[in-house]
Design a protein around this ligand. Structure first.
Ligand code: PLP
Length: 358
């Protein structure tokens, strides 16, 4: 049974990417692997807009989200919270035994740079976590403004989650001074779940050196040492790296700027649909995500029924809302390889199903 996913992760994976993943596995300490690993570096550095190393982790994004806390928090971490993923990061920090502070915003609101400044001015913190695109609420935080504030505090290491925004909008890691930029495979990159990608600044590596309890599997210095030989610390998920190599070639062929522009156009198509059908965006328009749309279910539509009809008649599904806003909101993804045609088709299908429900 296969149907098309318009949920904000995992998202649809192209036939070509699946085919690339069927490339036979090679030994992970062989020259063939080194060639594969090194071949994806230039594309990853262009994507992350960094001159630093880009590491590949055989975990989902949470692996690196947790690992980064262990590598970067010496004193206390400030967790900027405005939705399910950013809220969870605070919980994870505590579970790692880290002293953590919560900077909370209502779901649907963005992280306010001035509130970040006020907290950091206490001098309590030497690390901060930020989810760029809060997938649960469809909020895209003002990254440049927040990073400008963080950069006023040289001791503070910034960890930024770009799981649902990396490759959908430009994220200039070096220019903004991001210390750890991480993403996962199954969202904006349009690969299957199971791999995370991250880059680490020299400042973050220096911080890691000071921390004796950063473990092994996600130790930044293990990644760096192996990276210098064109390898990963442990046996990596090689099929995903072949898939990634293919996806990076797709990005290059389209051109990253064109890719960002396409996401903006598709996102506008969905916003227009929302308005036409008498719904509202959950976040404020100014802070609305470009890679997905979180819609307030103002017409109290039966979303499980909507999805049942979408799936049985049109072979696709959207998302029925996440966590405490499940049912009160629904979400439509325009990440990855979607086109005017595919989003247009979804919206036409949604039109007919919504008509049927009312
Ligand atoms: C999906 C998601 C995650 C978690 O990713 P996993 O692959 O489940 O570890 C983290 N952050 C954001 C913003 C996400 O959308």
């Amino acid at each position: 049974m296969s149907y098309k996913l318009y949920i904000p992760g995992p998202i649809n994976v192209s036939e070509e990417t699946y085919a690339a993943m069927c490339t036979p596995v090679v030994g992970h300490r062989s020259p063939d692997f080194v060639e594969l690993y090194q071949s994806v570096q230039p594309g990853l550095q262009r994507l992350f807009m960094t001159s630093g190393p880009v590491f590949i982790s055989t975990t989902s994004a949470w692996g690196v989200m947790e690992g980064s806390l262990r590598n970067c928090t010496r004193k206390k971490v400030l967790n900027c919270m405005c939705g399910a993923f950013s809220d969870k990061w605070f919980d994870v920090a505590q579970r790692c035994g880290k002293d953590a502070g919560a900077l909370e915003f209502e779901w649907g609101r963005h992280v306010d740079p001035e509130a970040v400044r006020k907290e950091l001015e206490t001098g309590d913190y030497d690390c901060i976590t930020l989810v760029h695109n809060e997938t649960s609420t469809g909020v895209m935080n003002p990254l440049a403004e927040i990073m400008a504030v963080i950069r006023e505090f040289p001791e503070v290491i910034s960890i930024v989650d770009s799981v649902s925004s990396c490759s959908a909008v430009p994220i200039p890691m070096d220019e903004l001074g991001i210390d750890v930029l991480l993403t996962g495979s199954q969202k904006a990159l349009a690969l299957p779940p199971g791999m995370a990608i991250f880059s680490v600044s020299q400042r973050a590596l220096d911080r890691a050196s000071e921390l004796p309890d950063r473990g092994y599997y996600l130790d930044f210095h293990e990644f760096l040492k192996n990276h210098q030989k064109g390898m990963t610390p442990s046996t990596p998920v090689i099929p995903h790296i072949n898939g990634l190599k293919h996806q990076l070639s797709v990005f290059e062929a389209e051109g990253l700027e064109n890719r960002y522009a396409r996401h903006a156009r598709l996102n506008t198509m969905v916003h227009d649909w929302v308005e036409r059908n008498g719904f509202e965006l959950f976040p404020e328009l100014q802070y609305a995500s470009k890679s997905l749309t979180c819609v307030k279910n103002t017409r109290e539509m039966d979303i499980p029924e909507l999805n049942r009809l979408l799936k049985s008649r049109h072979n696709c599904v959207i998302d029925g809302g996440y966590g405490k806003i499940k049912g009160k909101t629904f979400r439509i993804s325009n990440m990855g390889d979607e086109t005017e045609e595919s989003i247009g088709e979804l919206l036409t299908n949604l039109d007919s199903v919504v008509r049927e429900l009312f």
